[in-house]
Design a protein around this ligand. Structure first.
Ligand code: PMP
Ligand code: GLN
Length: 387
């Protein structure tokens, strides 16, 4: 008899990002699929980390993270949002936003109790929640406005809800949820005992002067929220995997215990680099946001001309577009054909939905140099022709 492994992971394919990046490499396609920048973040920040790597020590830092970085994370939250976290026991450093999510889910999900996800969902959420044995309830958002409504939230959140996981700015919908929607979410949550895990890894990538509003800043919500950040996204260093969770000590102490048994800690030299970045290099994400907004606009104009139905994008690395006017194919087949024949890799949006529908939308990652965005549009125009 072959060994029986956990069905949640046994039955999963490799992630859509690995699949599309693998094909992009095979067909030498421009990769607008997996979301990673094509330029590394601040040299000064990397120099601090490089020096720390050579000088050492390179032994286990404290499990909750180096004091320098915990203090920098707390100061960053105060400076940008007026949020107060005690760096001693209200901040934990993790190996990226992904580990932060894992630790928050393990700390909050309870077998048989309800856990609310908002669909479309980033790919790492659902398998971890499923593996805990929690019962998933889904709030589904739809194009073009991807709005959170009171009706949908009330249908999913109730007395058995242990946690709600919200991502804002949202991958892949490109929404930065507005105050009114967040107030509605807060109102519904405050009628229950649920905790909200707030995936805010794209917090600085919000366009058109729109604010990023952490749910923790709403009345009475600080005590209910676990706020997740990622240096990978703030400083275009996605390979570093340095992230954090900030929240009230009552909740954070449990997350910290989950974290100690996932990775225990995160490389000390990278932590020192990120502490330097949060303190001295915050012009970088502000400038990145301006460049990305320009890319978004160039891509929107070019794709619209080609017949894509481009959806509004308020933040993140990502733009979504309908393909129904271009093809009868489903999104997955369309993406595979474009990689092979047009030399451009995208992500089918159905990958972010449990049911796989809607299946006539694709996601473009525009966290690239402008010239690459223009080159991608030229390839698409050559292949798809004028409408
Ligand atoms: N959440 C979302 C919505 C993301 O898009 C990503 C990107 N990988 C992550 C979390 C994970 O962040 P990190 O790379 O820091 O693990
Ligand atoms: N966050 C990236 C995206 O959404 C993917 C990161 C990964 O491949 N794990 O494209």
């Amino acid at each position: 008899m072959p060994p029986t492994l956990n069905p949640v992971f046994s039955n999963l394919p490799i992630s859509i990002f690995q699949h599309m990046t693998g094909l992009a490499l095979r067909y030498d396609a421009i990769n607008l699929g997996q979301g990673f920048p094509d330029q590394d973040g601040p040299a000064g920040l990397r120099a601090v980390a490089a020096r720390a790597l050579i000088d050492g020590p390179n032994q286990y830092p404290p499990s909750k993270g180096l004091a320098e970085l915990r203090q920098a994370v707390a100061a960053h939250a105060r400076k940008f949002y007026g949020l107060e976290f005690d760096p001693e026991d209200e901040v934990v450093i993790t190996s990226g936003g992904t580990e932060a999510l894992g630790a928050c889910i393990l700390a909050t999900a309870v077998p048989g109790d309800e856990f609310v996800l908002i669909e479309p969902t980033y790919d790492s959420y659902r398998p971890i929640v499923e593996a805990t044995g929690a019962v998933i309830k889904t709030v589904t958002l739809g194009p073009p406005d991807w709005r959170l409504t009171q009706e949908a939230l009330r249908a999913a959140i109730g007395p058995k809800t242990r946690a709600v996981l919200i991502n804002s700015p949202h991958n892949p919908a490109g929404r930065a949820f507005g105050r009114e929607e967040l107030e509605t979410l807060a109102k519904v949550v405050l009628e229950t005992d649920a905790v909200v895990i707030c995936d805010e890894v794209y917090e600085h990538l919000v366009f058109d002067g729109r604010p990023h509003i952490p749910l923790s800043t709403l009345p009475d919500m600080r005590e209910r929220c676990l706020r997740i950040g990622s240096a990978g996204k703030i400083f275009s260093l996605t390979g570093w995997k340095v992230g954090w969770v900030a929240g009230p000590r009552k909740l954070l102490s449990v997350v910290t215990k989950a974290h100690q048994f996932i990775t225990f800690t995160t490389p000390p030299a990278l932590q020192l680099g990120v502490a330097h970045g949060l303190t001295n290099e915050m012009d970088f994400p502000l400038d990145l946001t301006k460049r990305l907004q320009k890319n978004r606009d160039i891509l929107t104009a070019g794709l619209t001309k080609l017949g894509f139905e481009v959806q509004p994008c308020e933040g993140t690395y990502f733009l979504t577009a309908g393909i129904a006017k271009l093809t009868n194919e489903k999104d997955f087949a369309f993406c595979e054909r474009l990689i092979r024949e047009a030399g451009v890799a995208l992500i089918p949006l159905s990958a972010f939905f449990k049911t796989g529908t809607p299946d006539t939308f694709v996601r473009f990652a525009f966290c690239k140099q402008q010239s690459l965005i223009e080159q991608s549009l030229a390839r698409l125009e050559k292949y798809l022709g004028a409408p």
